[in-house]
Design a protein around this ligand. Sequence first.
Ligand code: AMP
Length: 228
Amino acid sequence: MNTILLGPPGAGKGTLAAMLKDNFGVLHISTGDLLREEMKGGTDFGKEIKKYVDSGALVPDEIVIKMIENKLSHKDKSPKGYMLDGFPRTEVQAKDLDRILKKIDRPIDFALYMEASLPVILQRLTGRRVCRKCGAISHIKNRPSKRPGICDHCDGELYQRPDDTEETILNRMQVYAEKTAPIVDYYAKQDKLETVSGDEETEELLKTVTKIWNDGHQSYKAKSAERN
Ligand code: AMP
């Protein structure tokens, strides 16, 4: 199954993607993770993108498009399909993605849109902690690690992303509303959209998405025929 995860920051895309990866063995490609990996290296390129990421702005389209194109071109690494998390984020990226997928003949089956409300987003992101070593996500209240500040999976150090402060989150939400929200419609028009509530508890959400995953995306027409 080839999918795109859409939704505002804090909708739970990364957490859901990690579980879908474990359950279905699909390749999880997160542009945010790829960018953070570059930033870790401290190269000039890493420093250049850091100023965008830390302020909550979008990294220029051509940079992320190149990253995605490189990743997706390794077909043999993802026999069970791919899941794009955090990409596309602009209409330019969505159109370029169509071009790339056509070239490599790996079209998406559906785009999963995770809706979420602002209070839930703020609570999730301000309490989110990420492992420096393995990238596992925990939350100081919702899913605390057994030992404060230490990752349950690999004993790595947990840290708060610099863009998870309230001020930067509000900036990211504004960027999302202006640049990313319109592409939900882009997939709806192609009859490729599935919508779920990102406010749901993770376990419930996983059940809902697993059902969509197993049943496959039915076209809107097929769904309305079923209802009538
Ligand atoms: P995320 O981990 O998906 O929340 O992304 C963290 C940050 O990385 C975003 O706030 C952007 O600065 C940058 N980023 C991630 N994906 C993209 C993308 N597709 N286009 C532009 N910037 C991105």
